[in-house]
Ligand binder design. Sequence first.
Ligand code: SAH
Length: 344
Amino acid sequence: MAMALHDPQAGYYAQHDPLGRTGDFITAPEISQIFGELIGLWCADLWQRIGQPEPIILAELGPGRGTLMADLLRAAAIVPAFRRALRLYLVEASPVLRAEQQRGLAAADPQFVDSVEALPPGPLLLVANEFFDALPIRQLVRGRSEWAERLVGLDAADHLAFIEGPESPALSLLLPAKRRALPPGTIVEISPAAAALAAALGERFARSPGAALVIDYGYFPSGPGPTLSALRHHQPEGVLDNPGDADLSAHVDFATFAEAARNAGAAIWGPCPQGRFLAALGAETRLAALSARAGPEQQALLASGLNRLIDPAEMGSLFKAMAVTSPDLPAPVGFAGATVSEGE
Ligand code: SAH
């Protein structure tokens, strides 16, 4: 999965801008400006709660076309001191998207880094929308007595095919004890990369003030897979059909993410369904304000865009928001008492 997405020559992100109507998939900030604007207010509010540090690092993981950040910065300008205090850092692997982000966000003088570890020390606000679903996963298959790994090999016709590795107690240990006793044939996905990043963020917020807002599609509580899927030109296809030419992603396991960050010393808020989170942040008020200045066609577009983000039948429920904060902070806006219930 890592090779298919990131190989410097043949990798998906090395060659494509995947977003938008002409690309392979579309994300919330590309659907409605309200998404990034509300996140900008969320950040400005948190900056005030952590004592208005100057400077503060504002970082985004996987900023795509830079649309969320552009909307965020515009909204954040209503708190001029926050806008002045922030130093923008973008964690981006794709050279194609880095160039696009640099063009769109040049006025904010973005610094590019390869990883969260490469961010300078100090107070940090971090946002990540549809980033964690792109991190590589491993699939484990329950065998007769232990777990095995689902691997990628070649079939008799030299086509990529799934093959099952040997059962091993060492693989069983990669799963939490309560998830090991599932029926033979069950596939479970784990993302060591996501868990390591959650732990790194948790450690950082335990030591120095800050917060991360993670929005993605995924499950809570943890469930069996497989959820690994491929999208090309907005159509699903087999995950082994076109490596390097299709987007690959998997559901984010919010419970495992939360546990890793909490064990490292941070506080966790949510996850909360995206629809409820955006509503709590004032999405309807913002829609009304924008609509008041728009013509009828534009009004309809604004309303349908926001509806797509909020409606539980669209992105409102499968997508979830979770915050990781320094342990002494009060509930961030949008998270007071709004946690996903079982199975939502
Ligand atoms: N957040 C954007 C884009 C989501 S697509 C939006 O909501 O529209 C995923 C983004 O993460 C892309 O920018 C991709 O290049 C980046 N990305 C994926 N894996 C990455 C990795 N391991 N390190 C850094 N960036 C990565």
